[in-house]
Write a protein that binds this ligand. Structure first.
Ligand code: NI
Ligand code: MN
Length: 225
């Protein structure tokens, strides 16, 4: 599987079977994104919650590509009302898709759409594809059940916010990694706006001191998993 980081919480996963899985596509209004929404194709769009910096360009990309949007129930109903193809899920549930298996986790955060029409629950995503397990925490504060997530899933790659203010900051993110014990961690949700400025190298130093490999990615950088 190949992973590309578009900055903020947005990633594109390309599976060995050729499926394109786009996560939280905040691109056109994102000052740090190296790509525009019309340049990105997706078979599946996975959303952690409805905030504008995650929902992003879902509507235009899904309309153009006919993507299946997979997310928590209330947000899925909202997207369906906009004419998109959706798959409703909820926290704790998992489902087999053509690309592999997806499970939704809790996230300590809100979830309302920019037009204030949909109030659902924020979630994290556990994506199992190509014999890899990727845990995208979504926007969240730290919670002790991350230990359970780590015990029940052999997480290869954890995607964790470090920007503080709206989510975990560096120290809480390091502790979260200690709870989950992934093979590798990639920091996200930082340096998009002044209020979430953070030094990914400071995070890397602290988390690698715990024996957890950290890969900091430049915005747009690709990585083979
Ligand atoms: Ni948010
Ligand atoms: Mn956010």
């Amino acid at each position: 599987m190949k992973l590309q980081y578009f900055s903020h919480s947005s990633f594109l996963l390309n599976t060995g079977q050729g499926y394109k899985i786009l996560i939280d596509p905040f691109l056109d209004d994102n000052p740090t994104s190296p790509v525009r929404s019309h340049d990105v194709d997706a078979d599946f769009i996975l959303l952690t919650h409805g905030h504008g910096d995650h929902l992003g360009d879902t509507l235009s990309i899904a309309q153009r590509c006919g993507s299946l949007c997979i997310c928590e129930n209330e947000l899925a109903n909202y997207l369906e009302s906009k004419g998109l193809n959706v798959h409703n899920m909820h926290i704790g549930g998992s489902h087999e898709f053509p690309f592999g298996k997806l499970k939704l986790t809790q996230a300590l955060h809100g979830s309302c759409t920019p037009d204030n029409q949909c109030h659902g629950s924020a979630t994290g995503l556990i994506i199992m594809a190509d014999e890899k397990t990727v845990y995208h925490t979504g926007d969240t504060g730290i919670f002790l059940d991350m230990k359970l997530i780590g015990e029940m899933n052999a997480v290869d790659v954890m995607l964790v916010p470090i920007g503080d203010n709206f989510t975990m900051g560096i120290d809480d993110a390091v502790k979260a990694c200690e709870l989950v014990r992934p093979q590798c961690v990639i920091p996200m949700h930082y340096n998009t706006f002044p209020v979430i400025e953070a030094d990914p190298n400071k995070f890397k130093q602290k988390v690698e001191a715990l024996g957890i490999l950290c890969q900091t990615l430049a915005f747009g950088q690709k990585l083979d998993l």
